[in-house]
Design a protein around this ligand. Sequence first.
Ligand SMILES: *Cc1c(COP(=O)(O)O)cnc(C)c1O
Length: 226
Amino acid sequence: MREISEAWRSVRDAVPDHVTVVAVSKTKPVEAVEQAHTAGARVFGENRVQELVGKHEALTHPETGRPSEFPDLRWHQIGTLQRNKVKYIAPFVDLVHAVDQVSLLDEIEKRATSNDRKLRVLLQVHIAEEQSKFGFDTEDLPALCDRLDAGTWEHVEVAGLMGMATFTPDVVQVAREFAGLRRQFETLGDARGWSTLSMGMSGDWRIAVEEGSTMVRIGSAIFGSR
Ligand SMILES: *Cc1c(COP(=O)(O)O)cnc(C)c1O
């Protein structure tokens, strides 16, 4: 798996330093995570809870619950998250990228509270023209932010926004969608101290970074096709 180390390094070198690279290891074995970690990757993303928990446990010291050889490895839940799965990741997950419903915020609040921690999340915003993509509608964000400011979810820390552009070769459209999300991020987030704008994947991260992304989620360009 020498290719993984090389692929990680070329991605890390190409992405500007101020942008976090989340190495998306979904469908790949634990060894692939170890390989990327050895090459320098620290933040890993998974979209299925069962797989995320399995890999976390495989890399965690059984007694302390702390990662043994991987003390600085952090896990991000990047895809659609079902409410009934939140409890499995609440003890350890570093960031949940795709909070797309108020009921999910309620569940995260509940599980964060029972784990006596704050859980960091991003609000997923629907920016694609495609119907299939998830997320809050832009128009619903101000009211949601009012509820956040009022302290409705005390154990939830919103760190910013996440969005997925339409899957299209039309780079102008992709750039337009990312730019719209960046405007939302600034309008809503400047006063709230938001730090993280998660947009861009293997195929469109360059456009996303140009449009202001601070966090890219890269799978196939590091680990190969799935
Ligand atoms: C799989 C996935 C990615 C990474 O996709 P690549 O095209 O392989 O880089 C990014 N974000 C989400 C939400 C994903 O599910």
